[in-house]
Design a protein around this ligand. Structure first.
Ligand code: PMP
Length: 419
């Protein structure tokens, strides 16, 4: 008979655990862009809780507001009842984000995580169009539930569902094919399917693919996709779960393209503080669900609303977004310098804003660099179908000193691994 109390915590966790394998320690405390483990070791964060901590760890104002709310016996549960935090979030989001950008969306709460907003987007596209196919792109990542996984272009992740998924067509992402503009494949597909076979309900994409290798699409490509969607009466869904919330320098990643997607998915940093929250923005004419048609117990986390509302203060002026853009330039210069100085990496610069990476064309090297960086106090993750990209996703509030210190550790790690 096994004595379960004698098992270590590693043994107790399912084999599927991954981050706790990559970073074999127990993190205990965090502030701003730093974390500390149980033994007091300090780490610089170039990971930001997989993009949930754009505003840094333990922002003091968010802490205060949450503590005050709990002290005053505020409503804690997460159903979609009307509460002051819910009301304030909706009003502030409209005032600070939608109105200044001349955007008109209904805001719906699909459930607590990124995959929930993607599922809701896929469902509404089916309901509105009466069609079931969705076009997604090579190396896309949209989540792990059946619908979002079916539009995720990663064979390893898809195999996690056991048997083939359906109702999805994968097209080459921008720059995926070298010889010609990948849009021609999509145009041809739509012409063929528009002849009466299976016109898709929607096209879903990340403007910068986060998990898929920090592949950044061009603004012209996004504009062409939007016009194809209009031409064929297909919904355009932008999954801004990772690239949104200021990650690429503007609140929505698609702003510089001047497009107006039909549905926008937001999660991760929308909760301000690392708290679970997601929203789906739907053009009013497509908000066609009746009450209760898309339910869920955790669709309104009041603590997340409080942190989320506080986070929106960063968007009252252009200052926050300007500082992100300044730091992005610093990061991209460092990336270029590393690629040039260490030709053994066969490196290629990727990304936009504070969502960047170095694609390393030597098998296993990116993972080795990240593992070495961890032992030196820098948390970085790999990305891409073969974990070939060293990915930089620092909290957006990181200061110049933190960015430079992190880059110094990165360079030392690269030197060590190449030696
Ligand atoms: N979409 C994108 C673009 C993502 O990066 C992620 C998470 N990495 C998801 C959806 C899924 O979010 P979650 O893990 O919260 O379900």
């Amino acid at each position: 008979k096994t004595n379960t109390t004698m098992k270590t915590f590693e043994e107790l966790e399912s084999a599927v655990r991954s981050y706790s394998r990559s970073w074999p320690t127990v993190f205990k405390k965090a502030k701003g862009y730093k974390l500390w483990d149980e033994d007091g070791n300090e780490y610089i964060d170039f990971f930001a809780g997989a993009g949930t901590l754009n505003y840094g760890h333990n922002d003091e104002k968010m802490q205060e507001k949450i503590i005050e709310y709990i002290r005053n016996d505020g409503i804690i549960h997460s159903l979609d009842m009307g509460t002051p935090p819910r009301k304030e979030f909706l009003e502030r989001f409209n005032e600070v984000i939608l109105t200044p950008r001349n955007l008109d969306y209904k805001i719906m709460f699909p459930g607590p995580t990124g995959t929930n907003t993607v599922e809701s987007a896929l469902k509404i596209a089916r309901k509105v169009t009466g069609r079931d196919t969705v076009v997604s792109f090579t190396n896309a990542f949209h989540g792990m539930t059946i619908g979002s996984l079916s539009v995720t272009g990663n064979s390893f992740k898809r195999k996690g569902a056991g048997i083939p998924l359906h109702h999805t067509v994968s097209m080459p992402f921008d720059d995926y094919v070298e010889d010609q503009d990948s849009i021609v494949y999509l145009e041809k597909f739509l012409e063929d399917s528009g002849s009466g076979v299976a016109l898709p309900a929607a096209i879903i994409l990340e403007t910068v693919q986060g998990e898929g290798g920090i592949n950044a699409s061009r603004m012209e490509w996004l504009k062409k996709i939007e016009s194809l969607c209009k031409q064929w009466d297909i919904l355009l869904i932008i999954d801004d779960v990772q690239a949104g919330n200021g990650r690429t320098g503007t609140f929505f990643s698609f702003e510089p393209a001047g497009i107006n997607p039909d549905v926008v998915c937001l999660s991760k940093s929308i909760g301000g503080f690392g708290l679970p929250m997601a929203i789906t923005l739907i053009k009013p004419e497509y908000d066609q669900w009746g009450p209760g048609e898309h339910n869920g117990t955790f669709r309104g986390n009041n603590l997340a609303f409080i942190a989320a509302t506080e986070a929106l203060s960063n968007w009252e002026t252009d200052e926050f977004s300007n500082t992100v853009q300044e730091k992005s330039i610093l990061l991209s210069r460092a990336v270029e310098m590393i690629i040039e100085k260490y030709p053994q990496l066969k490196g290629e610069a990727r990304g936009r804003g504070l969502m960047q990476g170095i694609a390393v064309d030597v098998a296993g090297l990116a993972e080795e660099i990240c593992a070495e960086a961890f032992t030196r106090g820098l948390i970085i993750e790999t990305s891409g179908p073969d974990d070939e990209v060293v990915k930089f996703l620092p909290p957006l509030i990181i200061d110049r000193e933190g960015l430079e210190k992190g880059l110094e550790i990165l360079e030392d790690s690269i030197k060590h691994v190449l030696a």
